[in-house]
Design a protein around this ligand. Structure first.
Ligand SMILES: [Zn+2]
Length: 238
């Protein structure tokens, strides 16, 4: 078992590494998610907490593990300010680091339903370590980039699979409050991740690639491609 306990540490890579290891030790496989993940891909963004995607059946176990390690229970329920803004990625399933910052857990089916099932031992081409050498190093006006090698237990989707997942979410949340948030993320990918070693546009799946390329070229066909994707997702019940 992991000996980690939370005692007010600040949110940084070490804390994220401790949470990932804690969940792993409890048998809860996890992938980093949310704005913190964006910074690993090199996107400069405000970190508003830390989030992980876990298998649906292990969400409760993940929450009780975090709670047992000393993260603070949310006392405000639906009134929690961390849930307020539509662009907020905080989930109802969260514990607090402090009043403003939370650790959120998401069910895989909420965020990565199209992504292959994963467990702790999964050695998959779709998952990499947050300290993978293809990820950028910190640089000026960029996100903080990859984690140090000693925190290699933190795992993330590859930037390509992440981009596809965000496009799926953009389709799912069509005309919903979070739609602009997902669109902004695709823009960030275009601006900051495209052209790095971590992202090769040609690896995007069919359909996603056409949308992405049209968006990159400012081609209005992007809307047509997005609608095609949305229709096919609706047909497959997402
Ligand atoms: Zn809360």
């Amino acid at each position: 078992m992991s000996a980690f306990s939370f005692a007010g540490q600040k949110l940084d890579n070490n804390l994220v590494g401790s949470i990932a290891s804690l969940l792993n030790a409890a048998g809860v496989p996890n992938l980093l998610w949310g704005n913190y993940l964006l910074t690993v891909y090199g996107v400069p963004t405000i970190v508003d907490g830390v989030a992980f995607v876990v298998p649906d059946a292990l969400l409760e176990k993940g929450l009780s593990t975090l709670s047992g390690a000393g993260f603070l229970p949310c006392t405000q329920g639906l009134e929690c300010p961390c849930l307020g803004a539509p662009q907020s990625l905080s989930s109802l399933a969260h514990l607090h680091i402090n009043d403003e910052l939370v650790v959120s857990l998401y069910r895989k089916s909420e965020m990565l339903w199209d992504f292959p099932e994963f467990d702790i031992a999964t050695d998959s081409a779709d998952i990499i370590s947050a300290s993978d050498g293809h990820l950028p190093l910190a640089s000026l006006a960029r996100g903080q980039g990859r984690f140090p090698a000693y925190l290699s237990a933190v795992r993330i989707p590859t930037a390509i699979r992440y981009c596809e997942a965000v496009i799926n979410l953009l389709c799912r949340d069509h005309k919903a409050p979070r739609e602009p948030y997902w669109l902004a993320i695709v823009t960030y990918i275009l601006e900051y991740v495209d052209g790095t070693e971590a992202f090769h546009e040609e690896c995007l799946k069919d359909g996603y690639r056409q949308f992405y390329t049209a968006m990159k070229q400012g081609d209005s066909k992007m809307f047509h491609h997005l609608k095609t994707l949305r229709d096919s997702l609706v047909k497959s019940n997402m």
